[in-house]
Ligand binder design. Structure first.
Ligand code: ASP
Length: 416
């Protein structure tokens, strides 16, 4: 199914770019395609509709899947700690590069208004930052969860979901039926996402046409610069940061590591799905990198669910890029919000193609960026998905080789 959808989106891009550039060159002809803009609006509205259900269910599933951690004791704690560390490093690399390269500056997609909520966060000083981040009555993360859901307050939803998910795991047996329901709900929400994605080809055409008609060649140049920024940042994370960790924490030669994971890297690149790659990843770690079975079968599925360095990096860069393209200046405080929401979004993203695109809406929403920006990014999303999924899988395997040093001895744990 997706294969066809990808083809349709490809067609939309192939047609949308020249149509947009034609309208940029001859504004008098833009009426030819302007009628399609309604599809762009509907597509963006549908993404907004899905935002809250997706955050809620996918994050709950992500967090509760860490449930087996208690069975694995220290190894589980270390795995989660390592995953969070590498996610933070990845986002940091992405934020530095996007601030230095500034791929969106000059794209001139018009000016978008930030939401009031986001504007309120603009001139924060470091000392008020944490306080406002937590308890501000408009933006703070600690709030009535039902109000947060109704208002689409992303920080509020994330915080409560994390607490609820952790508690569901902590209460053991009693939490299991609820977790099963959440898993079912998540599947259903993802099915709705699939349906909405069928609007993507028309939506992409319309949004591309609109952005290019307004922005012309500058927008195309910006998209190329954006893709280059993402791939460069991913390369730095995958081929510099992770190898250093493998070398110093895992005491393994980075070359041997890279040689051992060639197959999962290739599969991840071609499928853009870390879940689909998982069997290959497990096999490569056990066979080529001597990771004991119990460690591989615990650390890697957990990583495929919650550890997505590439996705986190990508979402942070995307948010800053869109802000630059719309001439919105994100303060340091806002970038901190991007940092945390991108990390949460990557935990929430499923290991399937384009999952990061949907959770990206939550990063945008948190800092008040126009969701229309996602339409522009969609044009290169599938292409960049291949690179970020490869880095996602590389991150998981680095955890396996590092954590095998801390493997508990004794019988293999039971994995579901
Ligand atoms: N495709 C990615 C993965 O499977 C998730 C994403 O869309 O970023 O790892």
């Amino acid at each position: 199914m997706l294969k066809n959808l990808t083809a349709w989106i490809g067609l939309a891009i192939v047609l949308g770019v020249p149509a947009g550039l034609l309208s940029a060159a001859h504004p008098d002809l833009s009426w030819l395609f302007a009628w399609t803009h309604i599809f762009g609006d509907v597509f963006v509205a549908a993404l907004k509709m899905l935002l809250v259900p997706v955050i809620l269910t996918s994050l709950l599933v992500g967090v509760t899947s860490v449930g087996d951690i208690s069975k694995m004791g220290r190894l589980g704690g270390r795995a989660t700690g390592y995953y969070l560390l590498t996610t933070a490093i990845a986002i940091f690399i992405g934020l530095i590069l996007v601030n230095v390269i500034q791929p969106g500056v000059g794209a001139d997609l018009g000016t978008a208004q930030m939401t009031e909520q986001a504007q309120a966060g603009m001139g924060l000083t470091p000392d008020t930052l944490i306080r406002d981040f937590l308890v501000d009555k408009n933006r703070g993360a600690i709030r009535n969860p039902f109000q947060a859901l109704a208002e689409g307050n992303v920080l509020g939803i994330i915080l409560f979901t994390l607490l609820l998910g952790t508690a569901l795991v902590a209460i053991g047996e009693a939490g299991q039926p609820v977790i099963a329901i959440v898993k079912g709900l998540d599947k259903a929400v993802m099915r709705v996402v699939d349906w909405v994605l069928w609007l993507a080809p028309l939506g992409v055409f319309a949004l591309l046409h609109k952005s290019l008609a307004d922005g012309g060649f500058a927008a195309v140049k910006a998209l190329a610069a954006y893709s280059a920024t993402v791939t460069l940042a991913l390369a730095i994370h995958g081929f510099v940061a992770l190898p250093l960790l493998v070398r110093f924490l895992g005491r393994m030669s980075p070359r041997a590591w890279l040689r051992g994971i060639r197959a999962p890297m290739a599969v991840a690149f071609s499928t853009a799905s870390s879940s689909a790659t998982l069997p290959v990843t497990i096999e490569a770690c056990e066979e080529n990198l001597d990771v004991p079975g119990p460690v591989a079968s615990f650390v890697l599925p957990l990583g495929a669910t919650m550890n997505m360095d590439g996705t986190a990096l990508y979402e942070a860069v995307a948010a800053l890029f869109v802000a630059q393209a719309y001439g919105i200046d994100l303060s340091l405080g806002q970038q901190l919000v991007v940092f945390f929401t991108a990390a949460a979004a990557s935990v929430g993203a499923a290991g399937i193609p384009s999952a990061g695109l949907v959770t990206m809406a939550m990063v945008f929403q948190a800092v008040g960026l126009p969701l229309e920006g996602i339409g522009l990014i969609l044009a290169v999303d599938r292409f960049l998905d291949m690179f970020r999924t490869t880095v996602n899988v590389m991150g998981d395997t680095s955890a396996a080789v590092i954590l095998k040093r801390f493997a508990p001895s004794g019988p293999a744990p039971v994995t579901p």
